[in-house]
Write a protein that binds this ligand. Structure first.
Ligand SMILES: Cc1cc2nc3c(=O)[nH]c(=O)nc-3n(C[C@H](O)[C@H](O)[C@H](O)COP(=O)(O)OP(=O)(O)OC[C@H]3O[C@@H](n4cnc5c(N)ncnc54)[C@H](O)[C@@H]3O)c2cc1C
Length: 484
């Protein structure tokens, strides 16, 4: 068999999330065949896991251009550009119709979990003829049978959702965490609807200080109104409670400001107990509850709860990339040129400048990681940025080096999160996004500390913070300390 790459080979895409499907759309528009391998039983499988959560960026930023052109040719009408969809609506109103198009559907394999990628006849250490060798993508189908596909290039858009961070502040599961898995949810369970019975009237510990934790804590407080026996403990691993509730932070990030107000009210009424800084050391499963051994502000602390929600971020699954020459930043686990732009040690929020193949390249020719996985452990990924990534990556694969190096995404001065936000019920959760609601002069919602980081030569942000006053930069640096 000819082991070399030939033009008839497809480009393999791992994952049919918004970015993987956008990559497929760009390939189709350029006349290149995609092969989309998706482990779930539906496209947008991870979005369906948080189907109940409303995103903070409007439809206009959530639809890829190539995908839109394919859909509109087939008579599809885009949802209201200013509307904020839920994860479920993103799948139902956009990704599913896209996947069903006759130009896309034949190239999609659902229930196909990629387990390994290599170059045909060459292990990682073999260099001779490497860039001419086809890729071999090994995957399991729903029955557990092993399959292999040959590909001319591979775009890894598999996201990070399958690898949630554990409870431990050191990045490891705490003692007893695996054994107590039946009582622990990672991510954002639907406590108000699908999983209401599991949480109503229960003692629930939420661990984490980011947007997922904010969502979970707010939803539990809503549940408490209907089921007053629900007790909510909210643990921040590194932050201090005064910073969460304090004016400085609230001035910076409206969603946390809203949360601060809701949390303060709940604390005053005895409905919410904040624990910070709080590091869990052990989880012990008792009869039908969990005993948590922890340190609260450095002192030993014991707590009995019925459930734990862990919302401490995600990390990329690198397990199937072992035979490829992948270059990742040792801190962020993102491609080295991208990492300094998104390192959460310097950039607490917001987007990075639009970027493409130049920042995403690996030593393995023809292989790229895109989408949320390209951000490694950094939590600030936006779909719009991913769409620009795959436009550029596909242009490069098509031999259009000029288009690959152009920046075609223009982020608005006010940030991606500049939608007209709803008021009234649901407004808080709609705001609880990366940029924290509409950016304004006084509310530097995007890019907290990004300007300071930029000054330090660590890249800037695409949310329109090109010029910041020295005073603002000082406040931003303070807010950065509060990011968990
Ligand atoms: C609660 C929440 C709210 C968010 N809100 C916004 C927002 O408002 N605006 C915004 O721009 N972004 C938002 N994001 C961030 C980001 O845009 C989403 O996480 C988005 O889903 C990332 O798209 P993706 O295609 O990179 O990854 P995913 O959507 O995670 O898709 C990856 C796909 O790969 C599949 N997969 C994984 N491993 C394998 C494998 N080994 N083999 C085959 N398939 C595999 C998965 O099943 C999945 O379908 C939000 C994220 C979360 C969690």
């Amino acid at each position: 068999m000819n082991k070399a790459i030939t033009p008839d080979l497809p480009v393999a895409i791992i994952g049919a999330g918004p970015v993987g499907l956008a990559a497929a759309a760009h390939l189709i528009v350029r006349g290149i065949e995609p092969l989309i391998l998706e482990r779930g039983t539906s496209v947008g499988a991870t979005l369906l896991e948080w189907a109940h959560v409303r995103v903070f960026s409007p439809w206009s930023f959530n639809i890829d251009k190539a995908a839109r052109s394919l859909l509109e040719k087939a008579g599809w009408s885009a949802p209201d550009a200013a509307g904020l969809p839920t994860g479920g609506e993103l799948v139902g109103d956009y990704l599913s119709p896209l996947a069903a198009l006759p130009s896309v559907a034949p190239h999609l394999r659902l229930g196909a979990e990629v387990t390994a990628i290599t170059r045909e006849g060459l292990d990682k250490i073999s260099s001779t003829g490497r860039e001419r060798a086809a890729f071999i993508v090994r995957y399991l189908d729903r029955d557990g049978s092993v399959h292999q596909a040959r590909a001319r290039a591979v775009i890894d858009a598999s996201g990070t959702w399958t690898r949630p961070n554990p409870i431990g502040v050191d990045g490891l599961p705490v003692k007893g965490e695996p054994q107590a898995a039946g009582y622990i949810a990672y991510g954002i369970p639907d406590v108000l609807h699908a999983e209401r019975e599991t949480y109503a009237g229960k003692r629930v510990l939420v661990v984490g200080g980011g947007h997922s934790a904010i969502n979970a804590a707010l939803a539990l407080l809503s549940l408490q109104e209907a089921a007053p026996g629900t007790k909510v403990f909210w643990a921040l691993r590194r932050n201090r409670i005064d910073r969460l509730l304090g004016g400085g932070l609230n001035d910076q990030l409206p969603e946390r400001g809203a949360l601060g107000l809701a949390a303060k009210k709940a604390i005053d009424e005895g409905r919410l107990e904040m624990l910070a800084p709080f590091s869990v050391e052990q989880v012990e499963q008792k009869e039908a509850y969990l005993r948590v051994a922890a340190r609260l502000d450095g002192e030993p602390h014991a707590l009995d709860v019925d459930r734990i929600i862990v919302a401490t971020g995600f990390r990329p699954d690198l397990s199937f990339l072992g035979e490829l020459r992948v270059s990742l930043d040792p801190v962020v686990e993102a491609p080295p040129a991208l990492a300094p732009l998104i390192d959460p040690n310097f950039h607490s929020c917001g987007t990075v400048p639009p970027h493409g193949i130049a920042e995403l390249v690996h030593p393995e020719p023809g292989f790229t990681i895109v989408g949320s996985k390209s951000y490694g452990r950094a939590p600030t990924f936006l779909m719009a940025t991913g769409y620009e990534q795959v436009r550029s990556v596909v242009a490069e694969l098509a031999g259009d080096a000029k288009a690959a190096r152009e920046v075609q995404l223009v982020l608005p001065e006010t940030g991606v999160c500049s939608a007209d936000y709803p008021t009234g019920a649901g407004a808080d959760s709609a705001r609880s996004g990366c940029c924290g609601g509409p950016a304004s002069e006084t509310v530097d919602a995007c890019c907290v500390a990004d300007a300071a980081a930029k000054t330090a030569g660590l890249g800037g942000c695409g949310c329109g913070s090109a010029s910041r006053s020295a005073e603002k930069q000082t406040v931003q640096s303070k807010a950065l300390e509060t990011t968990e």
